[in-house]
Design a protein around this ligand. Structure first.
Ligand code: FAD
Length: 468
C-alpha cells in the first residue's frame, strides 16, 4: 500500500525529487529534542518518513501538497531538523525538505530588505549578507544548524534579541503554500492596517498550517563598534532588577544576559580564573556604544569585572550545540546515561522572581543541577532559560527523569503565571500544556487548523492538534 502511494508521488514529482534512501529517511525521522537524542543513543527503532521530497520552487511544493491531499498522506516540513520540542516525528508521513530553497537575493539597500528561500541556513545567510556589509541580527545558538523557514515556523528568538528583536520583528513578508496547494504571499510594506495579518499566522505555525517557502527579512548595516561590560552581583534578584532597569531604559543594548551562580559555572568553563556568583553580560553597538555602556554600568549597579568575559561569551556563544550532543551521546561529563534538557519560559517582571524561584526549586529536587539565565529582555518582562542535567543509572531512568522534569516544570510555570515557551515552541513535547496556556484561544487555533487543513495532514500532533 505504502509502496503504491510512493509510486504515485514519484510519478507526480519525478524520481529526482523523491528520496527513498534508508539513511536519508532515517536522517529525517527525528529532531534534536532530548528524547529523540536519547532514542538514538538507546538504539530504539525510529519511525522514518515513507519518502523525503525535495521540491525546487513553490509550484512544486503546491504539487506535493495537492498530491498529499488526494492520497490523504501526512506531511512534515523540514528545515534543519534542530527543533528541541519534537516538532519532527510521526508515522506514515512524507517529509518535505526545503534545502533546495537556498537562494538569497541582493540586499535592497534603500529599504534594507533581503528576500531568501526558506531553506537558507544561518551560515548561508550570514555569508551572503556580509558580502554587502549587512547582518540580520538573528543569532540563535542553533544558528549554524537551522534555517530561515524553521525560524519563522517556530517563532524563534536569537541571543541578540535585545538589539534586533525576535524573528517576528525581522520578517517583512513571506510566501507560503497551504494544504491543497494554494499559495499566499504577503505584500511587503513597513506596516499595514488591512485586517488581521494573515502572513503572521505562519509565524509559530510549526508546519501545521502549510509550508513557508520564501521570506523577506529586514537587515541592518554591520556596526563597526561594539562595547562590552560585565558586572557581578551578590544575588540573582539584583541581576534580574538590573535587567529590568536596562529593558526599561533608552540605552538600547544589543545583548543582555544575567546568569545565576550555577549558570556562571557553565558560562565561565575554560576561563583561567573564573568569577563566581551571578553575572550580567552586556554589549552595545554603534558610534555612541561606549557612552551607553558606561551609562548602563551605572544604572545596573554591581561590581565591574573584566569585560573580556563578554568576549569569551561571544566566541563561545554557540558551543552549547556541541556540549548538548556530546552529553546526550553519553560521551560527556554526565556519563553514558546522561539526561540534559533546557526549558525556556517567560513572564512579566511582576511574576519573574517567583517564576525563577518556583521552577528552580521544584526542578532542583529531580536533577543533579538546574541552572538559569535571563536571556531575552523586554520593557514588560523577560525569558528565563533553565538548563537541567542528571547522571542516570540507565537510559530508562534518563527517560523517566525527563518526563518528570517537563511535568513539574510546565506546571510550576503555569502556576507562577509564566508562559510555557519563549522561543523553542510547542511541538509534541509541550502539546499537553497548550490548552492551559491558551485557554479559549486554543479553540480558535483548532478552528483555523480545520479551515486551512480540514484533512489534518500537516504535521499531525504538533501544537497539540490531534494526530490522525
Ligand atoms: C543546541 C540548540 C540550541 C538552540 N538554540 C535556540 C535559540 O537560541 N533560539 C531559538 O529560537 N531556538 C533555538 N533552538 C531550537 C531550534 O534550533 C529552533 O526552533 C529553529 O528555529 C528550528 O529551525 P530548523 O530549520 O531546524 O527547523 P526544523 O527543526 O526543521 O523544524 C521546526 C518546526 O518547524 C516546521 N518547519 C520547518 N521549516 C518549515 C517551513 N519552511 N514551513 C513550515 N514549517 C516548517 C517543522 O515541521 C517543525 O515543526 C536550539 C536548538 C538546539 C538543538
Amino acid at each position: 500500500m505504502t509502496a503504491a502511494i510512493v509510486e504515485t508521488l514519484i510519478a507526480r514529482m519525478g524520481a529526482g525529487r523523491v528520496s527513498l534512501d534508508p539513511s536519508d529517511l532515517e536522517a529525517h525521522a527525528l529532531d534534536w529534542s532530548s528524547r529523540a537524542l536519547l532514542a538514538r543513543r538507546a538504539g530504539e527503532p525510529s519511525s522514518p518518513p515513507i519518502a523525503v521530497v525535495r521540491p525546487h520552487d513553490a509550484t512544486e511544493v503546491a504539487c506535493v501538497l495537492e498530491w498529499a491531499g488526494e492520497t490523504d498522506t501526512p506531511v512534515i516540513p523540514f528545515g534543519g531538523g534542530s527543533s528541541v520540542v519534537e516538532g519532527i516525528g510521526g508515522s506514515g508521513h512524507i517529509v518535505v525538505d526545503l534545502s533546495n530553497f537556498d537562494y538569497v537575493s541582493d540586499v535592497d539597500t534603500r529599504s534594507r530588505l533581503v528576500t531568501v528561500g526558506a531553506g537558507v541556513t544561518g551560515p548561508q545567510l550570514r555569508t551572503a549578507l556580509e558580502s554587502s556589509g549587512y547582518l540580520l541580527g538573528h543569532e540563535p545558538q542553533s544558528h549554524d544548524i537551522s534555517t530561515v523557514g524553521g525560524w519563522v515556523a517556530t517563532r524563534a528568538c536569537g541571543q541578540l534579541s535585545a538589539g534586533y528583536g525576535g524573528i517576528e520583528a525581522l520578517v517583512a513578508g513571506l510566501e507560503a503554500v497551504l494544504p491543497g496547494g494554494r499559495t499566499i504571499r504577503t505584500k511587503i510594506a513597513p506596516r499595514r492596517s488591512v485586517g488581521p495579518d494573515i502572513g503572521a499566522l505562519m509565524l509559530g505555525s510549526e508546519g501545521v498550517l502549510g509550508i513557508v517557502t520564501e521570506v523577506t527579512l529586514r537587515v541592518t548595516p554591520i556596526p563597526e563598534i561594539r562595547m562590552d561590560a560585565c558586572l557581578r552581583f551578590d544575588h540573582m534578584r539584583d541581576a534580574i532588577a538590573a535587567c529590568r532597569a536596562l529593558a526599561q531604559s533608552r540605552l538600547s543594548p544589543t545583548l543582555v544576559r544575567a546568569y545565576d551562580a550555577e549558570d556562571t559555572v557553565l558560562l565561565t568553563m575554560g576561563l583561567e580564573d573564573p568569577p563566581t556568583g551571578p553575572l550580567l553580560l552586556m554589549s552595545f553597538e554603534g558610534d555612541d556604544a561606549s557612552v551607553r555602556a558606561e551609562a548602563a554600568v551605572s544604572l545596573a549597579g554591581g561590581e565591574r569585572l573584566d569585560d573580556s568575559i563578554v568576549a569569551h561569551w561571544w566566541s563561545h556563544r554557540n558551543a552549547a550545540v556541541g556540549e548538548y550532543t556530546k552529553n546526550m551521546s553519553g560521551a560527556g561529563l554526565l556519563g553514558p546515561h546522561a539526561m540534559i534538557d533546557t526549558m525556556e519560559v517567560a513572564g512579566t517582571w511582576t511574576v519573574l522572581r517567583d517564576l525563577y524561584h518556583s521552577m528552580k526549586e521544584r526542578l532542583g529536587e529531580h536533577a543533579d543541577f538546574v541552572t538559569c539565565h535571563v536571556s531575552h529582555i523586554y520593557p514588560d518582562g523577560a525569558c528565563l532559560y533553565f538548563t537541567l542535567g542528571k547522571s542516570c543509572t540507565d537510559d530508562e531512568a534518563a527517560a523517566t527523569s525527563n518526563e518528570k522534569w517537563w511535568a513539574i516544570g510546565m506546571t510550576a510555570c503555569l502556576e507562577a503565571g509564566g508562559t510555557i515557551s519563549h522561543h523553542h515552541g510547542i511541538g509534541r513535547l509541550r502539546a499537553r500544556w497548550l490548552p492551559d496556556e491558551l485557554g479559549e484561544s486554543f479553540e480558535v487555533l483548532r478552528a483555523v487548523k480545520a479551515a486551512l487543513d480540514p484533512q489534518g495532514i500537516m504535521n499531525p500532533g504538533a501544537l497539540g492538534l490531534a494526530p490522525r
